[in-house]
Design a binder for this molecule. Structure first.
Ligand SMILES: [Zn+2]
Length: 181
């Protein structure tokens, strides 16, 4: 780089501010992950993306779901760590609510947190709702599927860039839909 280029670049950096330029990139990155989740839908799929809440009783869900999935989704149990095959799932596709099959995360949002639970740094906008819980005396933010109300996991603020979020999800509360069969 010659001196003239160096001067111009230095002027640009100070004009826009290194810190704010970087924060802007991160914010745009997060939005891109959230916007393009539908590109992970298989060409032919039978998923309903209607967000109208389902009126189904716990008893009905209990009949439809395996015992461990029901316990997490509707009794807020936690699966033992390092038990989910989804810890290793890396194919392009979507993670769906195990109960009602609403897409919650794309593979692109997944990262290896080392915690033993499938973890994501972002989620599909509008498909999960949050509330505080005090189950272990430390306040945590629980999140659940907006359509069936099924509990999925907890969200923390110690995740990686670009969002710094860590959505810590029970694998038995999810199913996986690969983009290609
Ligand atoms: Zn659901």
């Amino acid at each position: 780089m010659n001196r003239r280029h160096w001067l111009r670049n230095a002027a640009l950096l100070s004009a826009f501010g290194w810190g704010s330029a970087r924060a802007g990139e991160e914010a745009n990155g997060a939005a891109d992950f959230q916007r393009r989740w539908q590109s992970f839908l298989p060409p032919q799929h039978d998923l309903s993306l209607d967000l109208t809440p389902l009126q189904r009783s716990k008893g009905e869900w209990q009949k439809l779901l395996p015992g461990d999935s029901y316990a997490v989704l509707f009794e807020e149990a936690t699966e033992p760590p390092f038990t989910s095959p989804f810890n290793h799932e890396k194919r392009p596709g979507l993670f769906l609510c195990r109960a009602c099959r609403l897409p919650l995360f794309s593979t692109e949002m997944k990262f290896d947190s080392g915690t033993g639970w499938p973890s994501f740094f972002s989620s599909i906008p509008g498909h999960l709702a949050q509330q505080r819980d005090f189950k272990i005396f430390i306040p945590r933010t629980e999140y659940h599927c907006v359509r069936c109300g099924g509990h999925q996991g907890h969200v923390f603020d110690d995740g990686p860039a670009p969002t710094r979020q860590r959505w810590c999800n029970n694998g038995v509360a999810l199913s996986f839909l690969p983009q290609t069969a």
